[in-house]
Design a protein around this ligand. Structure first.
Ligand SMILES: Cc1cc2nc3c(=O)[nH]c(=O)nc-3n(C[C@H](O)[C@H](O)[C@H](O)COP(=O)(O)OP(=O)(O)OC[C@H]3O[C@@H](n4cnc5c(N)ncnc54)[C@H](O)[C@@H]3O)c2cc1C
Ligand code: FES
Length: 283
């Protein structure tokens, strides 16, 4: 059992949890995640480790309440316990002296960008961070990211804070203004990572993305998280979650995610991939 020590609302539907997990805290590195299960009948869900305190034996998870388990977690409070928490899983991010790094976070991906930005800053890389959200009320971690970045630029879809538009507009602007980037790291919704990848590929800038396919066991056994990278099948949970963006087949990842979403919504045609579902999802 893993006790929730603190819980804080960071932004709309986005909660920060400090959890007692000394063995995970001891080994956690940027880019890694845990798989948790709230109770005996609960599903296992993967969540990135946003921070850790090895001395206190705690980890920080930042979770957007989007569905069954994440909403149930949002109902839990400090003092409550999570049944299982397995980790750290996945390969750690490769953080090397490269020069100037742009860290691009979209939505809850901002939580995953934070330890990476900090890691790059700690080893002397110049870090510029760009974060995007639907609106001001969905933004979080600006202060934390400012502490580890030379500058933080913000974009919101509705223009309520920062640039009115997408975070990729900001990245394009930075590059067009002449900032030399040695590496870009992008974490967020798949279409956003795909857009970043297309932009940087055309400019020849090495880019890393952290992929978020549906996961079941998180240990390479079930095959649920398979993605196509560089023409080969990879399991995101053990080969990733970080990959060279320019090698990722985003179209097949998007297709798979949509099929899984429709399947979860009870859309029977999702199983065979046909269009025109007649069940409740009305797709
Ligand atoms: C390596 C990894 C790290 C992640 N880190 C974080 C994190 O730090 N914070 C965070 O809030 N979320 C993170 N996620 C996404 C998180 O796992 C899903 O939001 C969660 O599994 C949804 O579970 P649920 O039961 O609440 O939703 P469900 O009821 O299962 O589904 C609700 C909706 O979310 C979609 N969904 C389910 N799983 C995923 C997924 N893996 N990616 C995208 N959409 C999904 C479903 O298709 C459905 O549309 C991560 C995912 C991966 C693979
Ligand atoms: S989640 Fe089962 S193989 Fe990756």
């Amino acid at each position: 059992m893993f006790e929730i020590l603190e819980k804080e609302l960071l932004a709309r539907d986005i909660w920060k949890y400090t959890i007692a997990a000394p063995e995970v805290a001891k080994k956690a590195q940027p880019g890694q995640f845990v798989v948790l299960r709230l109770h005996e009948q609960g599903e296992r869900i993967p969540i990135s480790i946003s921070d850790w305190d090895r001395d206190a034996g705690t980890i920080t998870l930042i979770v957007q309440a989007v569905g069954h388990t994440t909403k149930r977690l949002a109902e839990m409070d400090a003092g409550d316990h999570i049944l299982d928490l397995l980790g750290p899983l996945g390969k750690p991010a490769v953080i090397e002296p490269v020069g100037t790094v742009a860290c691009v976070g979209g939505g809850v991906g901002t939580a995953i960008i934070y330890p990476e930005a900090r890691g790059h800053r700690q080893i002397g890389n110049r870090v510029v961070t760009l974060i995007g959200a639907r609106s001001r009320e969905h933004l979080f971690y600006q202060e934390e990211l400012s502490a580890v970045s030379e500058r933080v630029l913000v974009a919101t879809d509705d223009g309520s804070c920062g640039h009115h538009g997408f975070v990729t507009d900001l990245l394009r602007q930075l590059i067009d203004d002449g900032l030399h980037l040695d590496q870009v790291i992008a974490v967020g919704p798949v279409p956003m990572m795909q857009a970043v990848s297309e932009l940087t590929k055309s400019r020849g800038i090495k880019t890393i993305v952290s992929l978020n396919p549906i996961m079941v066991d998180g240990t390479g056994m079930c095959g649920a998280c398979r993605v196509r990278v560089g023409g080969a099948i990879k399991f995101c949970c053990i080969d990733g979650p970080e990959f060279d963006a320019h090698e990722v087949d985003f179209s097949s990842l998007l297709r798979r995610l949509r099929l899984q979403e429709r399947s979860a919504a009870g859309c029977t045609s999702a199983e065979n991939g046909t269009e025109g579902c007649k069940s409740q999802c009305h797709n």
